[in-house]
Design a protein around this ligand. Structure first.
Ligand code: RET
Length: 267
């Protein structure tokens, strides 16, 4: 099958540009939130805010690069956007390298709010880093062969995607244990919000493999541009949920726990 569509509609081009811009603007705004709320929590929780700051900077830069990659790949022809001759192709590769930083960070961040310390924390950190990084690296190899791209190879794309999924399942098992463990030590609103992170996590993290497989629709006849738009919209929703909403929920839990500490000390 042939390669990247040589031209895409004005709507498709603009939706992707807008969505990528929304993505990096959100990361910049949330960066301020995490900086400004860091000192509202007890020092034992503050590493969670620091990690959110690191994730925001990394995601902001990446989504900015992603947007440049998109606008650089096409030029307006008078009626549609056509591939810019001689320019780089649009690629999601930057995202994967950003996840290589963000995935271990996001997984480690929750340990500070869950109150997991000492040897248990080190052990989780090791497992999260290894499985998280292998999940992303194997997915990175797979995305080169995505259907619709110039070097598409469906078998390679699926095999690497499945290897990545095995590491993903390990991450899901670990995160469930961490959330249940942390929850068992909490009460009141802190417990409610902390518990709600598990469904948020399941939904937002599954969006990434769903976006990965979106281009399969090209083979069942869907226009390439539709799958690209769907993929970029899904990635952006997933990024906002897994980095920003997740970080805000962890901050809220840390603020509740800090208040409970103060109330207990005053009593
Ligand atoms: C890939 C490849 C296909 C199979 C699976 C994947 C999982 C990706 C995930 C990514 C999460 C990224 C996050 C980024 C935040 O910055 C690599 C798409 C299972 C779960 C949370």
């Amino acid at each position: 099958m042939s390669v990247l569509a040589a031209s895409i509609s004005v709507e498709a081009f603009e939706i992707v540009s807008h969505v990528l811009t929304l993505g990096y603007a959100t990361m910049a705004a949330a960066l301020l939130f995490f900086v400004l709320t860091k000192n509202s929590t007890h020092s034992r929780f503050q590493m969670s805010s620091v990690i959110s700051v690191v994730v925001m900077v990394s995601a902001f830069l990446l989504l900015f690069a992603q947007k440049q990659s998109w606008t650089g790949a096409y030029a307006f022809s008078g009626s549609a956007y056509v591939l810019n001759e001689g320019a780089d192709l649009f690629t999601n590769g930057y995202r994967y390298l950003n996840w290589l930083i963000d995935v271990p960070m996001l997984l480690i961040q929750i340990l500070f709010v869950a109150g997991i310390a000492g040897a248990a924390r080190s052990s989780y950190m090791k497992k999260f880093t290894i499985s998280g990084a292998l999940m992303i690296l194997t997915g990175y190899v797979g995305q080169f062969y995505e259907p619709g791209r110039i070097n598409e190879n469906t078998t390679m794309w699926l095999v690497w995607g499945l290897i990545s999924t095995a590491f993903f399942i390990h991450v899901l098992i670990l995160i469930k244990a961490v959330i249940n463990d942390g929850k068992s030590r909490m009460e009141g609103p802190a417990k409610g919000v902390f518990g709600a992170i598990l469904p948020l996590f399941y939904i937002s993290w599954w969006l990434y493999p769903i976006a990965y497989v979106a281009p399969i629709l090209v083979q069942s006849g869907m226009a390439y541009e539709t799958t690209i738009v769907a993929q970029q919209v899904i990635y952006t929703i997933a990024d906002v949920c897994s980095k920003v909403i997740y970080g805000v929920m962890l901050t809220a839990v840390a603020i509740f726990l800090t208040q409970q500490d103060k109330e207990a000390a005053a009593a």
